[in-house]
Write a protein that binds this ligand. Structure first.
Ligand code: ADP
Ligand code: MG
Ligand code: ZN
Length: 486
């Protein structure tokens, strides 16, 4: 039978507030901080303590909710979600349930089939749990360590409607959302650090049916590539089960990246298992309309709007516009370069960024904020090409030196004598010399082997140590070859 996949995503994003959601403990980098150093009686769940809502967290949550076109609830209510797990010291998590901060949002995504708008069910605030590390020593019993640095960190949960129908759509939704929270300064978007986490709910149904099938929930998707593979794997697994007349179990699955398989973690709990009830230690959360309006007015340009603007204003390709506009820092670097490089085409600048500059970022692991080449220096380099001072291949070499040393392009070009040879008499002589040195090849060329002209070009360029002006060289070579054949 033919099936249609149905996918809904739940996204948890830690908010980059200085302190935690309900106490004054600092938010620290979970991957580097000493365990249990950013804790207090509130986030450790000691008896008798009281939570206080972090206003900055509410502001951040509102930023995201507004960027996703949600309806904001004037009054929302915190709720206790009860469950027992060693990383949850209180035995319940403060979350929002029946009356979340925001609902009915939407997010427009790009796919290979065009754009689509996905509805967002809700955006609510909650607190993060601690982190468990399971240890299996060579001898003795296995044990677990708990780090409560993360316990109580403010978390945003963003839930989509079950409206996506392919792994591609889910990944596009995921990346768009990640780019938005990053653009808003709410979350760094570092999936590998676990500060933003994605869970995919996946079911299938016969094509044409509008009844939802039984879903599974896939956890620990740490990369978008992993998300794509996991969803694809689930669609195939579920299709095979239904084809054989079997039934899908509602369960929570993990994703094993190395084996490329999902595996069962536990049977899925239902909402009533959590015994939700309103949090008695916190009053209802009231957000004033004036505050909402202020935040709405202060929202920065969002990645999609910027992406559309870049394509229009700078005439960039879809791929270039996407890469350059995705994060605000890269976009700002680009626009600074465009402003500085008045004589350069914005397209040229984009090519140098998505090409050599991004290649450097990938290989060095540096961020664009850390590199030694600022927009003005990149522009200096590209202007040197523009005025014919250096050619493209030389410019690539110069850029590498710039990235390594932070030296200015003009200094590198002067010190290393890289200036392009555009002197006509010098080029004429170099071409003549190469033709004299290779009589056999010249004969072959004259006998009809025309591809040899490229070979001659390469020889002259080599003799010129790569510095010959390529246009002049090409012209001069054609001229001398023509003379020789007359
Ligand atoms: P829970 O906490 O039980 O997972 P949530 O409401 O937080 O419930 O999230 C449910 C998610 O699962 C939503 O993203 C929703 O779109 C998605 N979903 C619900 N039913 C299905 C289904 N049959 N197939 C795929 N996704 C579904
Ligand atoms: Mg869920
Ligand atoms: Zn604390």
């Amino acid at each position: 039978m033919k099936y249609e996949a149905v996918i809904g995503l739940e996204v948890h994003a830690e908010m980059q507030t200085e302190s935690k959601m309900f106490c004054g403990c600092p938010v620290v980098d979970a991957t580097t901080a000493e365990p249990n150093t950013a804790v207090c009686p509130v986030c450790c769940g000691m008896p008798g303590v009281l939570p206080v809502v972090n206003q900055k967290a509410v502001e951040y949550a509102l930023r995201v909710a507004l960027a996703l076109d949600c309806e904001i609830a004037h009054t929302s209510i915190f709720a206790r979600k009860n469950y027992f797990y060693p990383d949850l010291p209180k035995g319940y998590q403060i979350s929002q349930y029946e009356y979340p901060l925001a609902q009915f949002g939407k997010l427009t995504i790009e796919t290979s089939a065009g754009e689509r708008t996905i509805n967002i069910t809700r955006v609510h605030m909650e607190e993060d749990t601690g982190k468990l590390t399971h240890i299996t020593p060579p001898e003795g019993d296995p044990y677990s360590l708990v780090d409560l640095n993360r316990a109580g960190v403010s978390l945003l949960e963003i839930v989509s409607e079950p409206e996506m129908h392919s792994a591609e759509e889910a990944v596009s939704y995921g990346t768009s959302l990640r780019d938005i929270v990053r653009a808003l300064g709410v979350n760094s978007g570092d999936m590998e650090k676990g500060v933003i986490r994605f869970e995919a709910n996946v079911s299938i149904r016969p094509v044409g049916s509008d009844v939802l099938g039984t879903r599974v929930e896939i956890k620990n998707l740490n990369t978008f590539r992993g998300m794509e593979r996991a969803i694809q794997y689930e669609i195939e697994r579920q299709s095979a089960i239904l084809d054989q007349g079997g039934l899908i179990q509602q369960e929570t699955l993990g994703w094993d990246e190395t084996r490329g398989e999902t595996y069962s973690q536990r049977s899925k709990e239902e909402a009533h298992d959590y015994r939700y009830f309103p949090e008695p230690d916190l009053p209802p959360l009231v957000v004033e309309t004036t505050w909402i309006d202020e935040i709405r007015a202060s929202l920065p340009e969002l990645p999609r709007a910027r992406y559309l603007r870049f394509m229009k204003e700078y005439d960039l390709s879809v791929a270039d516009a996407k890469q350059i506009s995705a994060d605000p820092v890269t976009a700002a670097y680009y626009e600074q370069a465009v402003r500085d490089g008045k004589n350069l085409s914005p397209k040229t600048i984009a090519n140098w960024m998505t090409g050599p500059l991004f290649a450097w970022l990938n290989s060095s692991g540096e961020r664009i904020t850390e590199i030694k080449v600022n927009p003005e220096m990149l522009v200096g380099l590209l202007e040197a090409i523009e005025v014919g001072k250096i050619n493209q291949p030389t410019a690539k070499t110069v850029l590498e030196v710039m990235l390594k040393t932070g030296q200015h392009p003009t200094d590198i070009i002067r010190e290393q004598g890289l200036e392009q040879v555009s002197d006509q008499s010098q080029i004429t002589e170099m071409v003549a010399q190469v033709l004299r040195d290779h009589p056999t090849q010249l004969e072959a060329y004259l006998a009809g082997k025309e591809t040899l002209s490229n070979w001659f070009f390469g020889q002259v360029m080599r003799a010129a140590q790569g510095k010959a002006n390529p246009q002049l060289l090409r012209q001069e070579l054609q001229r001398q070859l023509k003379t020789a054949s007359d």
